[in-house]
Design a protein around this ligand. Sequence first.
Ligand SMILES: Nc1nc2c(c(=O)[nH]1)N[C@H]1C(S)=C(S)[C@@H](COP(=O)(O)OP(=O)(O)OC[C@H]3O[C@@H](n4cnc5c(N)ncnc54)[C@H](O)[C@@H]3O)O[C@H]1N2
Ligand code: MOO
Length: 428
Amino acid sequence: MTQASLQDIISCVSGYDPNAMTVDQAQAIILDFVEPIHAQEKVAIRSALGRTLAQDIVSRIDVPAHDNSAMDGYALRGSDLDPQASIRLSIVGNVHAGQRYQGEVQKGQCVRIMTGAPMPDDCDTVIPQELTLDADAQGVSIPAGRVRQGDNRRLRGEDLTQGEIALARGKILRPADIGLLASLGIPEVPVQRKLRVAFFSTGDELRSVGERLDPGCVYDSNRYTLHGMLTRLGCDVIDMGVIGDDPLALEEAFRSACEQADAVITSGGVSVGTADYTKQIMARLGEMLFWKIGMRPGRPLAFGRIASQGRDAYLFGLPGNPVAVTISFYFFVRDALLRLMGAQAQPLPRLNVTAASAIRKKPGRTEYQRGILSADESGNWNVRLTGTQGSGILRSMSDANCVIVLNHERGDVAAGEQVQVVMFDGLI
Ligand SMILES: Nc1nc2c(c(=O)[nH]1)N[C@H]1C(S)=C(S)[C@@H](COP(=O)(O)OP(=O)(O)OC[C@H]3O[C@@H](n4cnc5c(N)ncnc54)[C@H](O)[C@@H]3O)O[C@H]1N2
Ligand code: MOO
């Protein structure tokens, strides 16, 4: 990777203060520093779900390939229609999807047609069969005013025209995109190689699931939350377990993670505690910034790039508190990983909704509070807090279906005021 150093980037940030960063500043610095990886591979379209498209996909055909009927009914010449009076047309043929009507259709004539069948050359309008009267083998009556010229006809190329970009590079492919690729007859597509992300938890007090919980210890939940969030983002995950507060073991873990992965995520050890060797080791292995961000939860954050054995990786040192891990991941790490994987920016949509009750908020920091969004009897959406908002209380994260984002300058929120929420659906 050849890229600007973090020092270059922060020297351009006005009022840069690592102990008083705003969320916006931190997000901007991170995105500025992260460069997309370039490796790509070809995969069958069914395996491309959730992957990032590595090149533009240009349509080689018109879709649909011909004008065709949107309804089962009768194809007719629109110029025969009389808006004031019913007309009677004679039926000169029949055409199904996959066939082509070869004959001519003259004035006063029509063709029985099925949905998807190509329009006969002389016809430009279809009347659905349920709007017609007195149909028999010879003819059909078209009541006045039921259709206008051009109705119920799907035009050649109305979905995509030959040469048009059907899907742009950087798109994360969803089921409809896979269907679109199939509609173009494309069997495989170039996608970005999956991002490899290594992660581990730090702290002597952590026990892994399956181990005995010794006095004073807690189960490591962060690795499980991170595993879920990274998997949802479509990364290849490398779970490196729990590393105790031992400088040698920590250094070895950082080196090994960096040699295997594009990005390394740790939790714990980024604050000011005496056993927090983590920060020193991070700093020794590369270029690191340690920030106190004006936000809650998620105040401490380490960010940079470390190197070992000629390999380097971006490093995100998240705070240890379980809720802080989730918030830091979604508001800093997610966008950076998306950029790293070559994906188009995918800002998390924010909805304006009503606060069901008052919310305490200090101006001068961004707060992310866990909420439950629901509709009242009139169908108006409002949000209430899940309860205690301590950054160690994972239960209230699990109970929530959204996070309420209260911007930097904002003070207390009164019941009935508008607040912004980010939905968890599909996210956490
Ligand atoms: N004097 C100060 N103390 C603290 C500050 C500060 O600025 N000055 N910041 C507080 C904030 S905010 C946070 S967040 C934490 C972050 O500290 P660390 O990143 O060093 O995290 P730890 O001390 O290792 O752990 C914090 C807390 O979270 C629990 N934890 C850690 N890892 C896990 C895990 N994998 N699974 C479950 N729980 C975990 C850990 O046991 C601690 O209770 O510092 C504040 N203190
Ligand atoms: O990041 Mo800490 O969890 O803000 O409280």
